[in-house]
Design a protein around this ligand. Structure first.
Ligand SMILES: [Zn+2]
Length: 281
């Protein structure tokens, strides 16, 4: 069983504004901006058994994919599609009501948050109130804690080390740090090592093979490879590209004398029972 915990849906220009689009093109001149749900269904599920589909509520960055859009889509194939909603934490009262609606009425089982795109400090009272509600509602949080091209806010809000404090305050909230917190993979590894309920997904890192290699060596040295879970960041990367990229990161690619990544570590990531670990199944 292969589970992809990190796939996006969203259409351009319906869900992506010109600010986000132009900043994305600046960073990735050949960026794929959005795609149809039929494309997601055909390509995101190719090579995996199940995929988590993420809403995205970041008006500050210019990228908003509504919870209903994700809920309607995952209803197409609930055996293979798992919906995560998203809320803007700036007004916690509104956000928490929306979390309850997501859980009870929309059948969305987790929440995607991304402070750097939402322009909010993850240790602010509003953000922490949302974390408390997620813990109470038993909804895991997938959090983009890492850099981005978007200039919506400060990199200060994107540091993985901030998740340590959230993990201490909310010991029953399963947390996934997206992209192993790139480029601060060491920080993310330090955090997942300290907390049994905090994981990191490997999505998007195949585009930076040296960073991925370094993170896998470091995770092996700290003995936390069992906390790394499989994700792609579709549509930016497919499952086939990600699996091939993971399997080719061995150390041999970077010259003799470099540490070798154990192939069992890589297969362990690919076949991780992530939904079980996050309390979803
Ligand atoms: Zn993503």
């Amino acid at each position: 069983m292969i589970v992809d915990v990190h796939t996006h849906v969203g259409e351009y220009p319906a869900h992506i504004n010109e600010t986000f689009a132009s900043q994305a093109r600046e960073a990735w001149p050949d960026a794929v901006l959005g795609g149809s749900l039929d494309e997601h269904y055909r390509d995101a599920l190719d090579g995996v058994d199940k995929a988590v589909v993420l809403a995205f509520n970041a008006p500050a960055a210019g990228f908003v994919v509504p919870n209903e859009y994700v809920a309607d889509y995952v209803a197409r194939d609930p055996a293979r599609l798992v919906g995560f909603g998203s809320v803007d934490p700036h007004n916690p009262t509104v956000a928490i009501e929306e979390l309850e609606r997501m859980r009870q009425d929309l059948g969305l089982v987790g929440c995607k948050l991304m402070p750097i795109y939402q322009n909010i400090d993850p240790l602010s009272p509003a953000f922490l109130a949302v974390c408390a509600a997620l813990e109470r509602l038993e909804m895991p949080m997938l959090i983009h804690q890492g850099t981005t091209f978007s200039r919506a806010s400060s990199l200060m809000y994107a540091r993985p080390v901030l998740i340590d404090e959230i993990a201490i305050r909310f010991p029953r909230l399963p947390i996934v740090i997206a992209h192993i917190g790139h480029p601060w993979t060491s920080e993310a590894i330090a955090v997942i090592r300290r907390h049994p309920h905090v994981y990191a997904d490997v999505s998007a890192l195949v585009s930076r093979p040296y960073l991925l290699y370094q993170a896998l060596v470091e995770a092996s040295e700290y003995r936390v490879t069992h906390k790394l879970i499989f994700g792609t960041d579709f549509p930016f990367f497919t499952a086939h590209q990600t699996i091939e990229g993971l399997r080719s990161v061995t150390g041999a690619a970077f010259g003799t004398g470099m540490p070798i990544v154990d192939p069992d570590v890589v297969e362990g990531i690919i076949y991780r029972p992530s939904l079980e670990l996050l309390g979803i199944e």
